[in-house]
Design a protein around this ligand. Structure first.
Ligand code: CMP
Length: 139
């Protein structure tokens, strides 16, 4: 079922570089409404839980270390066709392949430190959003 919601988080590289404001501005100017937002920090264990789907990948341990290395900003966003439109806005996982003007093209440092996450399906948007926010039906 399409929920018109997606989940994102601004990652430690982009937070440390002072890009929360610039990225949030791009998100809002692209027509997304911010439904929930906070700044927090993951332990390596919680990062591992969030990215459990990648646990067999060679980059998993580095990814968990990186994602727990500094503050992050998770958000729930709302817009028609939210999941697909948001993935277009952020660009490809590898910033070298991200289209010009996308968030990763502008702000990502590397394929790992790639500035921002975007859910890849409605189901995962709900699962990932629920990882950080409770009572989503109240928004
Ligand atoms: P994200 O979209 O949050 O989903 C999984 C994350 O794993 C991805 O962004 C990157 O941060 C990281 N990742 C994916 N592929 C690689 C890779 N080949 N090497 C290192 N990190 C990766």
């Amino acid at each position: 079922m399409a929920t018109n919601r997606t989940f994102t988080m601004i990652k430690p590289d982009a937070v440390a570089a002072g890009n929360i404001g610039a990225i949030t501005k791009m998100i809002q100017e692209a027509g997304f409404k911010i439904i929930a937002m906070k700044m927090t920090k993951l332990s390596a264990e919680r990062a591992g839980q969030f990215y459990a789907v990648h646990s067999e990948r060679p980059f998993y341990n580095d990814l968990c270390s990186y994602m727990s290395s500094g503050a992050i900003v998770p958000m729930i966003l709302e817009k028609d066709n939210a999941v697909e439109d948001f993935r277009t806005l952020i660009g490809a996982t590898n910033p070298k392949e991200a289209a010009e003007g996308t968030i990763r093209n502008l702000f990502a440092e590397s394929i790992e430190a790639n500035a921002i996450h975007g859910s890849d399906s409605d189901d995962n948007a709900f699962i990932e959003g629920s990882f950080f926010f409770s009572g989503l039906e109240q928004y």
